[in-house]
Design a protein around this ligand. Structure first.
Ligand code: HEM
Ligand SMILES: *[C@@H]1O[C@H](CO)[C@@H](O)[C@H](O)[C@H]1NC(C)=O
Ligand SMILES: *[C@@H]1O[C@H](CO)[C@@H](O)[C@H](O)[C@H]1NC(C)=O
Length: 553
């Protein structure tokens, strides 16, 4: 009897499998072929279905109907595991996707840094990267006008080197305490549970230095046409040193090799209707189709002597270095050539920390960076646990420490090696980095609010009036649902940045108040009508689902 049931099931399964072998259909893009590809690679089931504890599951235990469910071996294990599937999403950059790839040295930069990873033309170092949007929650949209990121972990011979980068070349603030304050304005209003432009504009107008990044965001740079088509910046000024101990102060830039491209709000809205995961789809498909995304890594360099000469604060994250004061050299390139096999394992569990640095790269000295040295491991201890560095994707190529035990994973927990330092029994020993600078740089910042960089962005980096108008239109758009008094305050500050900008926003706001309101409603009504129309179209016939009740015999 048992054998009969099994062979009937096998027959049915074989039939179904044959019916869905559609992997060669070019109509489907790689994201839609993923399961078929799995099937292609596995002509037979990959093995016997077991319980979590490894014992093979009898087919009669795959159903509970008409049985005593408390007798079922698997019901509790499967379900209780499901309710524990979620871990906290990242407090920022919750929505993302990533891939594996490599870094390759293309130029000799040994005169600037002794870091092994950057030395030896042709040397390749494996890496993992996670692309994300800053504010959206898990399950949000890729297509909003907001900061995007790429965070990288390079598995170098001298330890993990992480670069956490944003897609704009400046940052919002240089006061670490502003992290929490700013984030609350960007996240949901505690009562309405909605993103709230009033709380945002209130905060920005009280702290106008934030408007520099806001101007960049409301420009064409604020909405790239996919993760592959944006430049990315670790932003801080890193101190690096060569094998003789000579020090340099550098900003790294990753420049996309396929060129920048951006979306209009209307294009983004249209794509969003198709799928809010557009950036994720684009990245997966590109890699699957072997259009490997890549970026050239270069660094802008100031010497110690340059630092004394420049007439601006090069360590201020909220402004660019002045043109003509630094030189730029290329180091290498990063290439992503492998989609991850399992997103939770390699991307959700990924713990990236800007403080993961290697000999030859001493790191930045500004207060924001110093605070980040503490906050990232803290976030990851909470999100992933105190041994997050032992999770496979986070583990360095080599590590020998005196840390032991704790919530798993513990790997081999350093077996029976001595667990205290110093010791006389040949536990791990520190090394001496002869070249490491002994003098520490102390960076002090000014508290004054300087709107000059904002003016320069608007007038110099943005180089057409049409582009300036788009910025003004986007700013006005974000001000539409804000109380009048606050609109006035915003326009006042935008006018201080640039008279023309203030005027353009004021006019755009006027227009959107009067005429556009009606047009906007009509547009929305039309969209809704279209959606209604679409929903009337015949749906695919629901696939007939067959249930097999094997019961107990
Ligand atoms: C005071 C300043 C900052 C604080 C306190 C802060 C804090 C955080 C925290 C807590 C996370 C979540 C980490 C996790 O759960 O794994 C995060 C993620 C991230 N931050 Fe920051 N951040 C700051 C500034 C910056 C700056 C200046 C950059 C870029 C240069 C940056 C880039 C990123 C990126 C790319 C991620 C996502 C990492 C990932 O994909 O896992 N952050 N930040
Ligand atoms: C699918 O296409 C590839 C390449 O064209 C071919 O080698 C393979 O045999 C095809 N598979 C099936 C099941 O038709
Ligand atoms: C954004 O895209 C438009 C349309 O392709 C283009 O005209 C414009 O120059 C782009 N802006 C930037 C900053 O690349």
């Amino acid at each position: 009897m048992k054998q009969l049931v099994v062979s009937v099931v096998v027959c049915v399964v074989v039939q179904y499998v044959t019916a869905i072998r559609y992997h060669n259909e070019t109509r489907l893009s790689p994201v839609n072929r993923q399961l078929s590809e799995f099937l292609d690679e596995h002509p037979k089931p990959i093995g016997v279905y077991t319980r979590l504890t490894g014992d093979p599951l009898d087919i009669r235990d795959t159903v509970t109907l008409n049985t005593n469910i408390f007798d079922n071996k698997n019901l509790f294990l499967e379900t209780s595991h499901l309710v524990r599937e979620r871990i906290p999403e990242r407090v920022v950059h919750a929505k993302g996707y990533g891939a594996f790839g490599y870094f390759e040295v293309t130029h000799d930069v040994s005169q600037y840094t002794k870091a092994d990873v950057f030395n030896g033309i042709g040397k390749k170092t494996p890496l993992v990267g996670r692309f994300s949007t800053a504010i959206e929650n898990l399950g949000g949209s890729d297509l909003l006008r907001e900061t995007r990121a790429l965070a990288l972990k390079m598995y170098t011979k001298e330890g993990n080197l992480d670069f956490l980068c944003l897609h704009l070349p400046i940052f919002l603030y240089n006061e670490p305490l502003d992290f929490t304050r700013f984030l609350h304005t960007m996240k949901r209003n505690p009562r309405t549970n909605l993103f709230d432009s009033t709380q945002r504009w209130d905060f920005f107008t009280l702290k106008p230095q934030f408007l520099h990044t806001i101007l960049w965001l409301q420009s064409d740079f604020g909405l790239p046409a996919g993760y592959r088509k944006m430049d990315i910046f670790p932003l801080h000024v890193y101190e690096i040193y060569n094998k003789h101990g000579d020090r340099y102060f550098v900003k790294f830039n990753f420049r996309t090799t396929i060129g920048l491209a951006n979306l209009t709000d209307a294009q983004a809205a249209a794509l969003n209707l198709e799928s809010p995961d557009y950036f994720n789809i684009d990245l997966y498909n590109a890699i699957a189709e072997k259009n490997y995304p890549s970026w050239r890594l270069e660094m802008d360099i100031l010497t110690k002597e340059d630092l004394k000469k420049v007439d601006y604060d090069p360590f201020d994250l909220t402004r660019l270095w002045k043109r003509g004061t630094y030189r730029t050299v290329t180091i290498g390139r990063i290439v992503f050539n492998d989609n991850v096999d399992n997103t939770f394992k390699d991307i959700e569990q990924l713990a990236l920390n800007p403080d993961n640095l290697v000999p030859g790269i001493l790191g930045p000295h500004d207060e924001v960076f110093k605070s980040r040295r503490i906050f990232y491991p803290d976030a990851q201890n909470y999100r992933l646990g105190g041994n997050h560095h032992n999770i496979q994707v986070n583990a360095p190529l080599y590590d020998k420490t005196y840390n032991r035990d704790g919530v798993p994973p513990v790997k081999d927990n350093m077996k029976y090696a001595p667990n205290y330092y110093p010791n006389s029994f040949h536990g791990p020993m520190p090394y001496v980095d002869e070249a490491r600078p002994t003098e520490m740089l102390k960076v002090l910042h000014s508290n004054a609010i300087d709107l000059q960089p904002l003016n320069e962005f608007y007038n110099e980096i943005v180089d057409t009036d049409a582009h300036r108008q788009r910025i003004a239109d986007h700013l006005a758009e974000s001000l539409v649902n804000v109380p009048t008094g606050l609109q006035k305050r915003a326009i006042y500050i935008l006018t201080l940045i640039d008279i023309g900008l203030g005027r353009r926003v004021k006019n755009a706001l006027q227009v959107s108040k009067n005429v556009d309101r009606v047009a906007r409603r009509n547009q929305i009504a039309e969209c809704i009508a279209n959606v209604d129309e679409a929903s009337k179209r015949p749906r695919h016939k629901l696939q007939k689902i067959m249930f097999y009740n094997h019961g107990r015999n």
